[in-house]
Each structure stands twice: as C-alpha cells, then as structure tokens.
Design a protein around this ligand. Structure first.
Ligand code: ZN
Length: 305
C-alpha cells in the first residue's frame, strides 16, 4: 500500500494535496481514481442459458461440454458499465420501486443471515415483499432482498434460467424486465426478448413440481416490461403481454434438444449449414468462441467425443 505524504500543516488545516490534483482530463482522472479495468468472464458450456437462447449454437455448446472447454474472456469497462446499469435497474425494480411493489411476488432472502424467508410451517415463503423482521435472526425487513427464481436442470432439457419476476394481477404470470434507451426502429417487443420470455414459460412448465412455486403460474401469457432509462412522458414503462406459440418455441426446443442429446450420447452432429455457407468466417461463426475446434472436427469428421 502506498501512503501519500502529508505535512503537519496539511493535517491541521484538513487540506491535503494529492498526486491526482493536477489531472485536468475527466477521463484520465476517472481511470486514476477508480477501477475501470476490464472484467474477467468465465463461462462453462454445461447448460443453455435462457438469456442467450435466441442465438446459441447447439454445436458450440456440445463441443464446449464434451471437450470440457470454457469461455474465458474480458469485457471492456464501458460495456461492463452498461450491463451493471441494467442490473441496477433490475435491482431497483425488485427491491425499491413502489411501481411494482404490490404486484411483484416471489421468494425473499435475508441479507443478514442469508436464509430464504419461510412460513411458520417451515415451507418457503412466497408473496410480496415481507414487512416484518426476519424470523430467523430478527434483522429488519429492509435487509431483505428479492430472490430471483433460478433453475438448472438436466432433464428433459439442459437449461439454466433466472426469472426476474412473478407478476400477480388476477393470475400469476412470469415477468421480464428490460431497460432501454430508445425504441428500436422495428418497435417493441424485440424478437429475442419475446423468445426469452416464451422460453421461461415453456421450461418452467417442464420443471418438477417440488421446485415450482406453490401457486399455479399461468404460462399461457407473460409480461415483458420495457423500462426507459430516458425521461419520457409516454414510454416510461411499456408492458407487452406475450403469448407463446408453437411456431415461436419449436425451433428453440429443437436446438436445446440437440445439445441435451449430444451430452447424453457424446455425439456431435453437423448442424452448421448456416456457418458453412460462409466457410465459418462470417455471421454466427465470427462470434463463435469455438470456431477453430468446430472447423477442425467438421473437416476431420469427428462425431464422437
Ligand atoms: Zn435473517
């Protein structure tokens, strides 16, 4: 640790001079005072994340899982800040907002003792934000956070998902929050958001009853809430009801099934016509973390791992 030199006089007046005082550039001062380093990201290919279900490649996942390769990369600070601000809005909606307070249902966790709130009979509490102290440790209810419902399953499909909200208004429905700056030219709702929410609804239905909520979730419809980061009279929160259709969900299930099957049989199927058209140089292949391995296995006809 480096100590800055402080004179006796500075101590008495409470005024210090630091090595940062002459930096005039706001960007440089930020980088000197704060931590704006890249963030490290690590991702294993064990289950399909529902947040990326609209664009994942089952072959990339199968290759990653069967060769035990994980994605390791760095995210630049500006992009990380965007992710973090999105998360902050989610947190605000789930924990601070009075807009959602009466309709947001779910499980809650005490930050003091790290336990999920329970009912008197020991079952998991499900409801709106509790307004009583933690029954286990007595911590004030303000130390209670919304606990997003998370599931990670191998059967019937290998998926992992974390749901933003259960919204109750006459029926319990799954809600998903998206923060936005500007309406996209093609309008809301955005296709990939629709697919993501429809997938939560579909895969929730497939879960074993023991891990489901104690109330019946109406998965015929869910809500996409677009929350504006910019001041606007008309579009502060835009809510779209999403009713999944077979046509919408079928291609997703097929892709998830390919990966699930690949894990069981340790077989890698071709399924890359899309990438082959550009000889694995363009489109999806360009962003594929395992494109070299994919190419190598493809041209050497490797199908078993
Ligand atoms: Zn507690």
């Amino acid at each position: 640790m480096k100590f800055l030199r402080t004179t006796v006089e500075e101590k008495e007046t409470g005024k210090n001079t630091t090595q940062y005082d002459n930096i005039k550039d706001p960007q440089i001062l930020s980088s000197q005072l704060l931590n704006t380093k890249k963030s490290f990201r690590y991702k294993k290919y064990t289950h399909i994340r529902i947040s990326e279900i609209h664009s994942f490649c089952p072959r990339e996942y199968a290759l990653g899982f069967l060769t035990d390769t994980s994605q390791k990369n760095f995210v630049d600070f500006p992009l990380q800040q965007q992710f973090d601000l999105g998360s902050a809005i989610h947190f605000w909606v789930q924990n601070k907002s009075k807009v959602f307070k009466d309709v947001l249902y779910g499980n809650f966790k005490c930050l003091a003792c790290q336990r999920l709130r329970e009912n008197k009979d020991g079952s998991l509490y499900f409801g709106t934000r509790p307004n009583t102290p933690c029954p286990f440790c007595g911590a004030n209810q303000q130390a209670t956070e919304y606990n997003e419902f998370m599931f990670r399953v191998d059967e019937p499909y290998r998926v992992v998902g974390k749901m933003d909200a259960i919204i109750f208004k006459e029926a319990y429905r799954i809600g998903d929050f998206k923060s936005y700056w500007q309406r996209p030219p093609s309008g809301f709702p955005i296709g990939k958001d629709v697919i993501q929410l429809a997938s939560y609804m579909y895969f929730y239905d497939q879960l074993p009853d023991e891990i489901k909520f104690p109330v019946k979730i109406d998965t015929s419809c869910g809500y996409l809430h677009y929350i504006s980061k910019k001041f606007t009279y008309s579009d502060s929160i835009l809510t779209y009801p999403i009713r999944p259709t077979e046509k919408m969900i079928r291609p997703i299930i097929n892709n998830v099934a390919i990966f699930t099957e690949a894990v069981k049989t340790r077989t890698i199927q071709a399924h890359l016509n899309y990438c082959l058209r550009s000889e694995l140089k363009k489109d999806r292949a360009k962003d594929c973390y395992l494109s070299d391995l994919c190419k190598e296995y493809y041209y050497n006809n490797v199908v078993k791992c």
